[in-house]
Write a protein of this length. Structure first.
Length: 462
C-alpha cells in the first residue's frame, strides 16, 4: 500500500522472491531488494522531511493527511476496529511520551523485551555456555547499574537533548539530537550521525548518550538514529531505516545549528555493520545512476567510523557457535541471505565488480576500530574488511587496540573518562588541533570506582 510516499513493506525474504522468477541464489536477490529500497527512500516526498517545530499527535497527523488528500469524509467512520484500536494506542503513547517520558519509554521497553523473548526463544540454545554468558551479563549490568542510572537521568532531563524526533513512518524510526551550546548560540557545528549496536535485537538510540554528552563539550552535535530491531524487522529493514534517518539529517539538521559540510557517519557493533552497508550500497547506487542518489551523497561525508563491527555475518557463525550461541538466528535476521547482508561480501558482488572503481572513488575515509580482546566480534572482522576495502581501492585506516574488549570503547572506557570514540571522532571533524583540545579539556571524575570498572571489564561476556 502506498500513500503520500509512505509504504508498508513486506519481509525482505518475500521481496527477494518477487524480484525474479528464476531459481537463483538468495544473495543477489536481497542485494537487489536493498538497492530498490534505498532508491525508493530517495524518491519519497520532500514534504515528509520537513521539520516540525511542535510535534503533532497521531490523531492530528491523520487529520492533516485527510485534509491534504482526497479521502472521503466518511473514511474515518469506515475504518476497521483494528485501525481504531491502533489509533487509540498511538494517541495514548504520544500522550505518555509528552507527559511521562521515562515511564512510557521503560514500559515500551518492557513490552518489547517480553515480545522478543516469546518470539525468539526457539532460536536460542540454553546449554551451560549460553547460561554462563547470560549470568555474566546480568552481573556486569548490576555492577555498573549506578552509572547507568546517572546516564539515564541525564538523558531524560538534559534540555540540550532533543529526544524522540520522528524521521520516518515505520516503527522505531526516531532519532535524538544532542545540541551543544555553540549551536544554541547561533553557530554552525560539526555533526556525527551515530548508529548504535545491540546485536540487531536490543539496540536503542539512547545507547549513544555517553558519546553525545561528551561531544557536546567539544562543540560537536550528535544525532543518534534508531531503527527496527529483530524480530520486528530484518537487516534490510534496518539499513533502510538508517538510510532514511541520514536523509532526514541532511534535510533538517541546519535548523538545529548543524553544519552539513562537516558531517560524518559512525556505528558501533551491529550499528557499524548497518552503517557500512548503507555507505557501500549508497555509493553503489550513485555509481550506477551517475549522479547523487538522494539529497545527500557519500562524498558529503567527512568520514566513516566503524567500531567493533561484524562485517561478514556468515563467517561470524562458527564463532557464535563456539560460545554456545545459536548461529542460525543470523539466518532469520537476513531472510536466509547472510552474504547479501554483509558489507565485506558486497565488495565481491557482480554489481560492485561492474562499477566498483567509480563507487570507491566517492567513498570518504574509512576508519575501522577494534579491540584485540573483543570476545563478541573477533578482531579479524575489521582486519579482513579493511583488507577487502584496500584491495578495492578505498582509503582505509585500521586501528587495533591492545587489551580492549567489545564494550570498553562505549561503556567502561567513557565511564573511566577515557573515551576512544571521542578521540577518533574529533580529528576527523575538527582536523589539526583536535588532540590538543582533548588534552586541554577539564579532567572529569570517573562515573564509578575504578576497581568496580576493572572487575566489570573482566566479568563482561563481550
Amino acid at each position: 500500500m502506498e500513500q503520500n510516499g509512505l509504504r508498508r513493506r513486506n519481509g525482505a525474504a518475500e521481496e527477494a522472491a518477487q524480484t525474479t522468477d528464476e531459481p537463483t541464489k538468495a544473495a543477489p536477490g536481497l542485494h537487489t531488494v536493498l538497492q530498490q529500497r534505498l532508491r525508493s527512500v530517495s524518491q519519497e516526498s520532500e514534504e515528509l522531511l520537513m521539520y516540525a517545530a511542535e510535534p503533532l499527535s497521531p490523531t492530528e497527523k491523520a487529520q492533516a493527511e485527510r485534509e491534504k488528500s482526497q479521502i472521503p469524509e466518511g473514511f474515518a467512520e469506515s475504518q476497521t476496529i483494528g485501525a481504531k484500536v491502533k489509533g487509540l494506542h498511538d494517541d495514548l503513547e504520544f500522550w505518555g511520551y509528552q507527559n511521562f517520558p521515562v515511564i512510557t519509554d521503560h514500559f515500551n521497553f518492557l513490552v518489547y523485551a517480553v515480545d522478543l523473548a516469546v518470539r525468539s526463544v526457539r532460536w536460542f540454545q540454553f546449554g551451560f555456555a549460553a547460561c554462563w554468558l547470560g549470568f555474566r551479563l546480568c552481573l556486569y549490568a548490576v555492577m555498573l547499574l549506578p552509572a547507568f542510572v546517572r546516564i539515564m537521568l541525564t538523558y531524560y532531563h538534559d534540555p540540550r537533548i532533543h529526544r524522540r524526533i520522528r524521521y520516518g513512518p515505520a516503527e522505531r524510526e526516531y532519532l535524538d539530537i544532542y545540541v551543544p551550546e555553540e549551536a544554541l548560540n547561533g553557530g554552525k557545528v560539526p555533526v556525527v550521525v551515530a548508529v548504535m549496536g545491540g546485536a540487531f535485537m536490543i539496540g536503542h538510540r539512547g545507547y549513544n548518550a555517553q558519546l553525545g554528552l561528551r561531544l557536546m563539550d567539544f562543540g560537536v552535535m550528535t544525532v543518534g538514529v534508531d531503527y527496527r530491531n529483530f524480530p520486528r524487522g530484518c537487516i534490510p529493514d534496518m539499513v533502510e531505516d538508517v538510510g532514511r534517518g541520514v536523509r532526514w539529517v541532511f534535510q533538517n539538521i541546519e535548523r538545529y545549528g548543524g553544519d552539513t559540510s562537516k558531517m560524518m557517519l559512525m556505528g558501533q557493533s551491529a550499528g557499524a555493520h548497518l552503517a557500512a552497508m548503507l555507505l557501500l550500497e549508497h555509493a553503489l547506487l550513485e555509481a550506477k545512476q551517475g549522479e547523487p542518489a538522494d539529497n545527500w551523497s557519500v562524498k558529503d561525508l567527512r568520514g566513516f567510523l566503524g567500531i567493533s563491527g561484524p562485517y561478514h555475518l556468515e563467517k561470524l557463525g562458527p564463532h557464535l557457535a563456539s560460545r554456545g550461541l545459536y548461529p542460525g538466528i543470523m539466518t532469520h535476521m537476513t531472510g536466509g541471505d547472510l552474504e547479501g547482508c554483509s558489507p565485506e561480501a558486497l565488495l565481491h558482488n557482480k554489481d560492485w565488480q561492474a562499477v566498483g572503481k567509480k563507487a570507491v572513488a566517492s567513498l570518504p575515509l574509512v576508519h575501522l576500530f577494534h579491540g584485540d580482546q573483543d570476545k563478541a566480534v573477533p578482531v579479524w572482522s575489521s582486519e579482513q574488511f579493511a583488507g577487502r576495502l584496500k584491495d578495492a581501492g578505498a582509503q582505509v585506516v585500521l586501528d587495533v587496540r591492545k587489551g580492549m574488549t567489545h564494550t570498553y570503547p562505549v561503556v567502561e572506557g567513557p565511564m573511566r573518562r577515557h573515551d576512544p570514540q571521542v578521540e577518533l571522532v574529533l580529528p576527523i571533524l575538527l582536523g589539526p588541533g583536535a588532540e590538543k583540545r582533548i588534552q586541554d579539556s577539564p579532567e572529569l571524575p570517573p562515573m564509578a570506582p575504578l576497581r568496580i570498572l576493572d572487575v566489570a571489564g573482566v566479568v563482561s561476556p563481550f
